[in-house]
Design a protein around this ligand. Structure first.
Ligand SMILES: NC(=O)c1ccc[n+]([C@@H]2O[C@H](COP(=O)([O-])OP(=O)(O)OC[C@H]3O[C@@H](n4cnc5c(N)ncnc54)[C@H](O)[C@@H]3O)[C@@H](O)[C@H]2O)c1
Length: 361
């Protein structure tokens, strides 16, 4: 299955291959094609445990293991990795390889972009979410204090290698998390993804047992992301469309202390932002029923009441906001979006109130 999509960044004259391989054994050949002083593999402890034989088989000079989880996107974790590299005199001609989910990808991307002013990087995403979203587009980031991704860069990898074999060990919650982002593409950029609504509502694992369907969904999603990033790499406006569901989603994620995986908060965030879209643009709420059915089917439940003022104040720190006003992507209809809409706080209260009653009840 040698198969590629290219992310073509005209301004930087970069054409980044997104390579699809069927078996993990093929990955080593791609890495071997790069000339480098040191091959440094970064992964997390859980991924290493699951894929030890494969990772050990790569001809690496160094292997750096993060703890699994969002904590690894802290400044302390970033500095610890930098110390590790400095202590070993790793130079600028090294090649960094990030094998893992979005956490490893984001922190290693930030390390690669800042260490010695930039070291080449390859992403090998191992979660569904990182395959369809975080590994594509060059955003890197670490968290600061309470807030996610407040420190980061745009830094494009040399290559992204997608191997669906990794999905075989993902727990259900992580599959659902990736489905959250895939559904987001369906609502914003490619409505054909929603043709599979019935399958999404059924067992999420079942979709990925059908390898052809799984690849189709992954490729459709990657194509959505690639098209947006090609037109707006640095998020001046269009790229914001990818944040549908994320303004409220990130705030809930922070408020509930990362209780669920990221993409599940995106599903919850999309539900709240659909309610807002309904209040402001008469968006058809039958789409919300679809999200609620997915949440119910997968027993995703949040405590029924939350402090709306706290959620709103977290949103004010969201990086899309200018002068602390709350701006977000809303929908008039499926794939008919409004970017950077400034939402008045009273309306936000009303929407969160309805969200509590409809979605959390
Ligand atoms: N850079 C971007 O554009 C972008 C976009 C979306 C999300 N993100 C970031 O991505 C992060 C979330 O990424 P994620 O959802 O991949 O979470 P994650 O990286 O925390 O991975 C989730 C869990 O799955 C485990 N795991 C990874 N691969 C596995 C596999 N093949 N089998 C079994 N377990 C596996 C990990 O060890 C971890 O415990 C967040 O920090 C978010 O901010 C970044």
């Amino acid at each position: 299955m040698e198969d590629r999509i290219y992310l073509n960044l005209k301004r930087e004259e970069k054409n980044i291959p997104i390579v699809f391989v069927e078996r993990i054994e093929k990955i080593g050949e791609y890495l071997a094609s790069f000339n480098c002083s040191n091959l440094v593999i970064f992964t997390d402890k859980l991924v290493y445990k699951l894929y030890k034989d494969f990772i050990d088989s790569l001809q690496h000079s160094y292997l750096y293991l993060f703890d699994e989880g969002e904590e690894s996107k802290s400044i302390e974790s970033y500095l610890k990795a930098i110390d590790y590299l400095l202590d070993r005199n790793v130079d600028r001609r090294a090649l960094f390889v990030a094998i893992g989910g979005g956490v490893v990808g984001d922190v290693v991307g930030f390390i690669a972009s800042t260490y010695k002013r930039g070291v080449r990087l390859i992403h090998i995403p191992t979660t569904l979410l990182s395959m369809v979203d975080s590994s594509i587009g060059g955003k890197t980031g670490i968290n600061y204090k309470l807030y996610k991704n407040q420190i980061g860069t745009f830094y494009q990898p040399e290559m992204i290698i997608i191997c669906p074999q990794f999905l075989g060990t993902l727990p259900k919650s992580e599959v659902l998390s990736g489905i959250g982002e895939i559904i987001k593409y369906g609502f914003t950029l490619d409505r054909s993804i929603l043709d599979m609504k019935d399958r999404f509502e059924n067992d999420v694992f079942e979709i990925f047992q059908d390898k052809i369907l799984a690849m189709q969904l992954i490729k459709k999603s990657i194509n959505c992301k690639v098209k947006v990033v090609e037109r707006d790499e640095k998020e001046s406006l269009l790229r914001e469309v990818l944040n549908f569901g994320h303004t409220v989603g990130h705030a809930l994620e922070t408020y509930y202390n990362y209780y669920f995986s990221h993409g599940i908060f995106v599903i919850l965030g999309m539900a709240a932002e659909m309610i807002l879209s309904n209040i402001l643009f008469n968006f058809d709420l039958s789409n919300l029923d679809f999200l609620i059915r997915i949440l119910e089917k997968n027993s995703i439940k949040l405590p029924q009441r939350f402090e709306k003022s706290q959620i709103i104040s977290i949103m004010k720190y969201d990086k899309k906001n200018i002068n602390a006003s709350i701006r977000m992507v809303l929908l008039k209809d499926v794939c008919d979006y409004v970017l950077g809409y400034e939402v008045n706080e009273d309306i936000l209260y009303e929407a969160l109130d309805r969200f509590e009653k409809i979605v959390l009840s």
